[in-house]
Write a new protein. Structure first.
Length: 219
């Protein structure tokens, strides 16, 4: 499986046979940086905000998934789980979908713009997770410390933070620094590559690694 962070909460996930999934495509007018024009077979949207549902930017005729349910498309299993965009049962910002993908035997979880504290019930729904894609910027989602609690309870093999302030971002959210500082230095990896490749055998350890793409930090 190949994984590429496209910025904000958007990722390109590609299965070994070529099936391409893009999560939460965004409008550059809102985020401040450009959403690349890529082909996808499937597009998922965690909620109906323009920085998470800019479908017109995607090439091809993808299947769009923006509702709760279970699907099996071209060998990729997708489960969408309801949650909330805030800590008040959706009263402030509405609902949010969490997506779980089973790709090449790897369990990937995209938390969308989740805004509430972790619960034992939600943990039971989401585990097991090999790769966790989690917002850490606060203000509109959970913040760094809340995200760290999710990581501790979900125990993923790999964590890739998202939805945080980058040099090109104009959104009022925090940088990733506060999240990184919560982890031991030897568990944080700054990746030179834009595209990360994973195989099922990569997840045999018992230590969670945090991967940060350097490109978005301009290091």
């Amino acid at each position: 499986m190949k994984l590429q962070w496209l910025g904000h909460a958007s990722f390109l996930l590609k299965e070994s046979t070529g099936t391409a999934i893009i999560t939460d495509p965004y409008d550059e007018k809102i985020t401040g940086f450009e959403m690349p024009q890529l082909h996808a077979d499937i597009v998922t949207s965690s909620h109906n905000h323009a920085d998470h549902n800019y479908f017109n930017r995607i090439k091809g005729s993808p299947v769009i998934i923006d509702e709760t349910g279970v699907a099996d498309i071209s060998g990729v299993q997708i489960t969408s789980i309801p949650s909330f965009h805030d800590n008040e049962q959706g009263k402030k910002r509405g609902k949010n979908l969490i997506f779980k993908f089973r790709i090449d035997g790897i369990d990937v979880c995209h938390l969308g713009d989740i805004g509430h504290e972790v619960s034992a019930e939600l943990i039971d729904q989401l585990m097991p997770i090999n790769i966790l894609l989690i917002p850490v910027g606060g203000h509109y989602t959970i913040d760094a410390e809340q995200a760290y609690e999710y990581v501790n309870m979900l125990m993923p093999d790999v964590v890739i933070p998202m939805h945080y302030k980058t040099p090109d971002s104009q959104l009022d959210i925090d940088k990733v620094d506060s999240f990184i500082r919560l982890f031991e230095d030897d568990t944080v990896i700054f990746a030179d590559e834009d595209i990360l490749e994973f195989e099922r055998d990569d997840f045999a350890g018992n230590l969670t690694k945090v991967i940060i793409p350097k490109r978005f930090l301009k290091i």
